[in-house]
Ligand binder design. Sequence first.
Ligand code: SAM
Length: 227
Amino acid sequence: MEKKVSLYLVPTPIGNRGDITLRALDTLKKVDTLLAEDTRTSGLLMKHYEINKSLQSFHIFNEHQVLEKLITRMKEGETFALISDAGTPGISDPGFLLVRECLKAGLFIECLPGPTALIPALVNSGFATDRFVFEGFLPHKKGKQTLLKKLAEEDRTIIVYESPHRLLKTLEQMIEYFGNDRRVSVSRELTKLHEETFTGSLEDVINHFKKKEVKGEIVLVIDGKRA
Ligand code: SAM
């Protein structure tokens, strides 16, 4: 008997609306309800793909409260697709809690492959792709220095999500532990009109991004420590 999937995790574009898979579109059309991080953002996206579905909000501020109810509805046979504002749900976005509860309840989930910012940034960097670590967003204050010190010893390629306002400060803080010459790569506005990847020593990259205000969405990739 074919298994009945209760929850699909559906990646959506990180900028370029052409980056949605045929299967993602089919899935969004066939489920009963869409769970969206921001119903307004996702509503506009669904309109673009001519998908007319009821959208229920699911974000970090309500995920704990709605969890139990969603599991009950799934047990009653309702099917859902979770989408985030961009990229793959669960990757620096809500999703993991719901997946864990579904699995605990014996419900089937399926994550579709698709857009996520970390993979193109990693490949663009030219650093080793065979082994890498993804750190998500670095802590803003407490623990940041300790984590940077630890990451400086990491020999795998490191991927970090960073905000444009904090990029320069993070790069400058890194100098102390990684040294001026560690190679880093910054991918900005991936898949969008002003897409840019700049790769060089920490010093070069700081000088490059100091020239003008840093704007847009950023992935920072750091070459692993060489022996
Ligand atoms: N779920 C998303 C994914 O699969 O990549 C990540 C969501 S997280 C809240 C948003 C962060 O992802 C941004 O701050 C940025 O670091 C990164 N990001 C998302 N879209 C991007 C893009 N087009 N270019 C560069 N970085 C991007």
